[in-house]
Design a protein around this ligand. Structure first.
Ligand code: ZN
Length: 129
């Protein structure tokens, strides 16, 4: 079963999409299986990270800016090569284990949509098998 979700993003940031994923799994009725979360954009990504301290999300973006800065040697005319690199570094998808009708996540883990070149209207897919 395939679910599509829309979201509006800030200029940069991590958006918690775990509630949508939990709801999709519940609606699918799958009790034991796999859940693939996929981002169809080239300047955004999907990751799993800490849900307790909101500073982790802020520091994640600060770290990405530090390690993947916007360099003046880039040639891409859109001017967002740093965001394209961040997108590939983080990755377009995550695979979750479904057990007992729920995603198997650690206590401090949530799933995040990562925006690196917003604000934009974005979407992500959740495939449950
Ligand atoms: Zn571009």
């Amino acid at each position: 079963m395939l679910f599509t979700f829309q979201l509006k993003t800030p200029s940069q940031g991590l958006i918690d999409i775990t509630p949508e994923i939990r709801e999709a799994i519940k609606e699918s009725g799958v009790m034991e299986g796999l859940c693939i979360v996929f981002c169809p954009h080239t300047t955004a990504a999907i990751t799993i990270n800490e849900n307790a301290d909101p500073d982790v999300k802020t520091d994640f973006i600060k770290g990405m800016d530090k390690f993947f800065p916007d360099l003046n040697v880039f040639e891409h005319s859109e001017g967002n090569s740093d965001a394209h690199i961040k997108s590939s570094a983080v990755g377009a998808s995550e695979t979750l284990i479904i057990t007992g009708g729920r995603p198997l996540l650690g206590t401090w883990q949530d799933v995040y949509f990562c925006e690196f070149d917003g604000p934009r209207n974005r979407k992500f897919y959740v495939k449950i098998i």
